[in-house]
Design a protein around this ligand. Structure first.
Ligand code: NAD
Length: 362
């Protein structure tokens, strides 16, 4: 078991990473002496599997557990679902010291965090992430969100959890595609912030790919440490936290393009990282070799690296929201592995050429 503290002043909390943690949840959770109940917002697909174990742990911690199932995955991230949950909390007279617990992937965590942050202006919140992506990234750092038909994550808050319990045993049932989607975020940390992790994955990704529990525990703990350091230095996303968006500019745009629908978040950002590496080489910012190293890493983790991208016009239209807010499209690029910078002056021509290079139709 590894405990990583997210050292945000006044609101520091621990991320506990291990295997078999949920059976012993009472031991790893902070005390909530004024709480009577735990409202567990649970991905419906996990109700019959992981929930029972967690519920026993919460009961042992002295909390009456109320199950609030929500649709699986991204479908849950809507204002409608959050409204239903807020009504459920109100009709069941949840009080301001009761605890909201999220059990599921990043979608469930984003939704539950949003609900916890808005009900009575904020009630204690615990994240129990069950996907690799949520364990290494989404459950840590306090970003919450639901989607609007106009775009992803358009409504949300910054709201830190009181604790995160990341039990890598939960990852055993994750399907291969969702597991690999999480590996894209792992690759992001390796390429931007943790060269030792990069070298480890390059030399032998085997134990991670076969989901060896010890390898996963150490992998998740490393990524969480990198995220904790970054978030503590920039909670509200104005400086170094932007580096965590590596691969996400194109990734988010692709997620808005219909022709790309059905791909996971990780699949979109993997292609986004290749795109960013190509841009950095094209501008002479990074020495030749970055694209090769990026594609080798991602391919070895089972991720697609060459699109093909959808039509240039569709992707360009999907960048529009970024352009509107900032007057340009903002990218995180690498000068070299481990040296991220934020770049605001990428010209339309560069975007277009790079998209065409990656198989987009003109
Ligand atoms: P997800 O929550 O949508 O889950 C993916 C699938 O895995 C779903 O079908 C779910 O039912 C299933 N699942 C969950 N746990 C499982 C388990 N243990 N075994 C088997 N199946 C399981 O996907 P995700 O990849 O975890 O999260 C993606 C979401 O996270 C996106 O909405 C993204 O915007 C968000 N996100 C948020 C942050 C943040 O900082 N808040 C960061 C990155 C991503």
């Amino acid at each position: 078991m590894v405990r990583v503290t997210v050292p945000i002043p006044e609101r520091a909390y621990d991320v506990v990473v291990g295997h078999g943690l949920l059976e012993d949840a009472a031991r790893y959770l902070p005390e909530f002496p004024k709480a009577d109940r735990a409202f567990a917002i649970v991905d419906r697909g996990l109700v019959d599997r992981v929930f029972g174990t967690l519920a026993a742990g919460l009961a042992e911690a002295g909390l009456d557990v109320v199950l609030l199932p929500v649709p699986s995955g991204e479908e849950a991230k809507t204002l409608q679902v959050s409204e239903t949950l807020l009504h459920q909390l109100a009709t069941q007279e949840a009080h301001r010291n009761d605890v909201v617990v999220a059990l599921g992937g990043g979608s469930t965590g984003d939704l539950a965090g949003f609900v916890a942050s808005t009900y009575m202006r904020g009630v204690p919140f615990v994240q129990v992430p069950t996907t690799l992506l949520a364990q290494v990234d989404a459950s840590v750092g306090g970003k919450t969100a639901v989607n609007l038909p106009e775009g992803k994550n358009l409504v949300g808050t910054f709201y830190q959890p009181r604790a995160v319990l990341a039990d890598v045993e939960a990852l055993a049932t994750l399907d291969e595609r969702d597991f690999r989607s999480g590996l894209a975020e792992v690759a992001k940390y390796a390429l931007t912030l943790d060269l030792a992790l990069l070298e480890l994955l390059e030399s032998d990704p085997g134990p991670v790919l076969t989901r060896d529990p010890a390898a996963l525990e150490s992998l998740v703990a490393r990524c969480v440490s990198a995220k904790a350091r970054t978030v503590a230095s920039d909670e509200l996303d104005a400086g170094p936290r932007l580096f965590l968006n590596y691969g996400h500019t194109l990734g988010h745009a692709l997620e808005r393009v219909e022709a790309f629908a059905g791909r996971t978040h990780g699949e979109a950002i993997a292609i986004g990282m290749v795109f960013a590496a190509r841009l950095a080489e094209r501008r002479g910012m990074a020495a030749p070799g970055l694209v090769g190293r990026t594609t080798r890493l991602l391919s070895s983790l089972g991720l697609e690296v060459d699109g093909p991208l959808p039509a240039v016009d569709e992707v360009t239209a999907a960048f529009r929201m970024d352009k509107k807010f900032r007057g340009g499209v903002r990218f995180v690029l690498l000068r070299a592995v481990g040296e991220p910078v934020v770049v605001d002056d990428v010209a339309d021509g560069e975007l277009r050429t790079t998209m065409l290079e990656m198989g987009a139709t003109a």
